[in-house]
Structure formats: C-alpha cells, structure tokens
Design a protein around this ligand. Structure first.
Ligand SMILES: C[S@@+](CC[C@H](N)C(=O)[O-])C[C@H]1O[C@@H](n2cnc3c(N)ncnc32)[C@H](O)[C@@H]1O
Length: 259
C-alpha cells in the first residue's frame, strides 16, 4: 500500500433507522475528513461527522446517478491520494448489492489502503421491523436474497429454479419488475396464493407495507401507486406480520392494502 495515501473505509450505514448503525461506523464518521454518502443513507448519521469534514452526496436513484460509478471510484482515489481519511457510507451492507467490490478493486489498483465495515442489510432488518422473520422453523428453512434489477439484464436470474429451491425470497430493487417476477415464480412452481409483502422506506418513520399474493401483486401495486425504494418479501413468513408486528415495533406504519 502507498504510505503517502490516506485510507478509505467502506462503511455500512444500516437499513434506515439511525440507531441501527454500528459503533465502529460512528467512530469512523467522527474522524473522517471526507464522507461520500448514498441516497438510502439516513442523513441523521451525518450529525456524527466533525464540523470540518467534507460531506459529498453521491446518491443513485433509478436512472438518476449524481456520479457515474467510474467517477465515484475516481473521487475515492483522488481524496485518498491527498492523504485524507475517507468514509464511503453505503446503505445497508456495502457488499450486499452495493457495488462495494468494484470500489475496492479500484483502490487496490492504486495501492490505497481500505477497510470494510459491514452494516445491517435491509433484506433482513426491513422485514423484521414489519414482524416478518426471513426464516422460521417449520415454515421457511431457506432464504434467497436476489436483485430484481440485475446488471446483465432481466434474464440473468433463474426465477424458476428459485421458485423450487427457496422458501423465502427477498428481492432488492424489484418494484418495477414485480409483476414479471411474480409470474416467473408461478411458472416455476410457486403457488399463486404465496403471500408477498412490499415494504417501502423500511425502518424509517414513514415506512409503508403493502401485502398481497403472487397472483395479485401487480394489480395491487398499481392500485396503490406503490413506488420504490422497496423490498419485496415472498413466502409464507409474510403471514407472521399480523401476529408479530404490533409487538415488535413502535414505529408508525402505514398499511396500504392488507389482504
Ligand atoms: C442498491 S440496493 C442496496 C442494498 C444495501 N446495500 C443493503 O444491504 O440493504 C438498494 C435497494 O435496497 C432496498 N432497500 C434498501 N434500504 C431500504 C429500506 N429502508 N426500505 C426498503 N428497501 C430498502 C431497496 O430494494 C433498494 O432499491
């Protein structure tokens, strides 16, 4: 590693609720010279930064990127080459659909020191805040985390195989393809009555949930005008929400449709 360069920390900010961040992340935010943060990061976390630190928003919404990934990688390299301590703050966990590896490979190429600080991924925490455990004895012994928006196009995921192999399926970035995903899973052997939950801004005070089935999810989403960012949870575990949610969370939850 180049001793004249600073260090980059790829830090998971957790799923939203500012209290779901790690102690290590807070310690690093306190000492960072530069913080580059994403769209889904809770901005309250930036209050941990010291007043002189430089805060740079590098968020990506669907089809609307403040910085293309290549430019963002260059920014990290630039600040590190100026000897700065950098926190690259990413929603959830940096290695779960977070392009963390791509950023690290660029740092390695430039011999820049780095460290990864895992965070709580939304795929587990967001359902949990709605009273949905992603696994449950006798109900779901397997769970798959999958993107609904694969980099190499819509056919990159084998939904038919997943329909057979996984009890619970948690889809990140799946809102715009929800109808297609639901029909692929049914074609692969999942029952049309399999419960589905779509959870928007999970763990934030404004979190919203729409529950439906594979058969009706597309219609119900359109009727409710459901928008991203959201996670889709598919499987019998969704039914736990009725029993567990009131007991687990005090956060307000708007229920759009409950079937
Ligand atoms: C680019 S991925 C990043 C995932 C992140 N690295 C993680 O571990 O949670 C962004 C997607 O994660 C999901 N997501 C992240 N935070 C969420 C939240 N608070 N509520 C609902 N979905 C969320 C959505 O599907 C969103 O489109």
């Amino acid at each position: 590693m180049n001793p004249n360069c600073g260090k980059v920390y790829l830090v998971g900010a957790g799923p939203g609720d500012a209290d779901l961040v790690t102690v290590k992340a807070v310690k690093l935010l306190r000492k960072a010279d530069v913080v580059l943060y994403d769209y889904l990061v809770n901005k309250e976390l930036l209050d941990y930064c010291h007043p002189e630190s430089e805060l740079i928003y590098v968020g990506k919404k669907k089809d609307k990127h403040t910085y293309p990934q290549e430019e963002l990688n260059e920014l990290l390299v630039h600040y590190a080459q100026h000897g700065k301590t950098i926190v690259r703050l990413k929603g959830g966990d940096p290695f779960v659909f977070g392009r963390g590896a791509e950023e690290i490979l660029k740092l390695i190429e430039h011999q820049i020191d780095y460290e990864v600080v895992p965070g709580i991924t939304s795929g587990v925490a967001v359902p949990a805040y709605m009273g949905i455990p992603v696994t449950a004895r006798h109900v779901a012994s397997s769970v798959t985390f999958v993107t609904g928006h694969p980099a190499s196009g819509n056919d990159a995921v084998d939904w038919h195989a997943m329909a057979k192999a996984s009890d619970t399926i948690v889809v990140y970035m799946g809102v715009s393809n929800a109808g297609r995903i639901a029909s692929e899973l049914c074609a692969g052997g999942k029952s049309e009555d399999t419960p589905v939950a779509l959870i928007r801004w999970g763990t934030y005070p404004q979190q919203e949930m729409l529950t439906s089935t594979l058969k009706s999810i597309e219609y119900d989403m359109q009727k409710a005008g459901f928008k991203p960012p959201a996670l889709m949870v598919i499987g019998e575990v969704v039914k736990f929400s009725n029993q567990l949610k009131p007991l687990i969370q005090s956060v307000n939850t708007k229920e759009l449709i409950h079937v």
